[in-house]
Design a protein around this ligand. Structure first.
Ligand code: F6R
Length: 241
């Protein structure tokens, strides 16, 4: 894995923006693999600014998202569909029909997971996948486990993830306990992967990813075998390395 250590969150977002800018400019009909959460908010704000300045065109771009809470309606303001609309899709000229977030209200979640994985294949995989990282090393919602499920599937969220994400909800009890998520092998279908991390709360996960033996107990470390992964982290996130 390549590592870029920067000063702070803004620099992390700027480095990620430059990489995304190159991908979208060089391939106008590219497929973006997208993440939600606090980490990519700065990146998405930068992409919106570039679009407004006329420097980026999303009209032929498609996107697939990593994950979605289950069950949660797309209109719910905590859903990842809502996050993507409000942070990116509503502000650029992407055709929303070409944006794919797992269906958090699917009657048949197994079929919804298969449909998401099939869509990734139909699109030919992601040209770039953006990842945040959980405090426990999760990527997407692939939680630490001895037997990770390789492709898109339903995952039970751990206590640590529910606690970490409670800040977005009214109370911890409101955080859904399950999610639909791409698996590690789905993520590996991306030709290029960037992992973004900012802040001391991510330091243990970044150390486990970069310095320790790869293990499914730290899902991000399993990306070691992918040929094009760049970790962009700030000094706080790198502080235990
Ligand atoms: C979100 C996702 C998660 C987050 C991770 C970090 O789509 O897949 O893996 O990237 O939980 O979340 P933040 O960025 O809020 O610290």
């Amino acid at each position: 894995m390549k590592v870029i250590v920067v000063k702070d969150y803004n620099e992390m977002s700027n480095v990620a923006t430059d990489i995304m800018y190159d991908v979208i400019s060089n391939k106008p009909d590219c497929v973006l693999g997208l993440a939600t959460g606090s980490t990519p908010e700065g990146l998405y704000a930068n992409l919106v600014a570039l679009y407004r300045e006329g420097k980026l065109d999303f009209s032929k771009v498609s996107s697939v998202n990593l994950d979605e809470y289950y069950p949660l309606a797309p209109e719910n303001d905590q859903s990842y569909r809502y996050f993507m609309n409000t942070h990116l899709f509503d502000h650029v000229n992407i055709d929303k029909a070409n944006t794919y977030v797992p269906n958090g209200l699917a009657q048949d979640p197994e079929a919804a997971c298969k449909a998401h994985e099939d869509k990734i294949d139909e699109l030919g995989g992601m040209d770039i996948q953006v990842l945040g990282i959980g405090q426990n090393g999760h990527i997407g919602f692939n939680e630490p486990s001895d037997n990770p499920i390789p492709f898109t599937h339903m995952e039970n969220l751990t206590e640590s993830t529910i606690k970490a994400n409670a800040r977005f909800f009214e109370s911890e009890a409101d955080v859904p306990t399950r999610a639909l998520t791409m698996g590690i092998q789905s993520i590996m279908k991306a030709r290029k992967i960037i992992i973004l991390a900012s802040g001391k709360s991510k330091a243990a996960a970044i150390k486990a990813t970069l310095k320790d033996e790869p293990t499914p107990r730290c899902p991000a470390s399993l990306l070691y075998s992918h040929p094009d992964v760049t970790v962009i982290c700030d000094e706080d996130a790198y502080s235990l390395c």
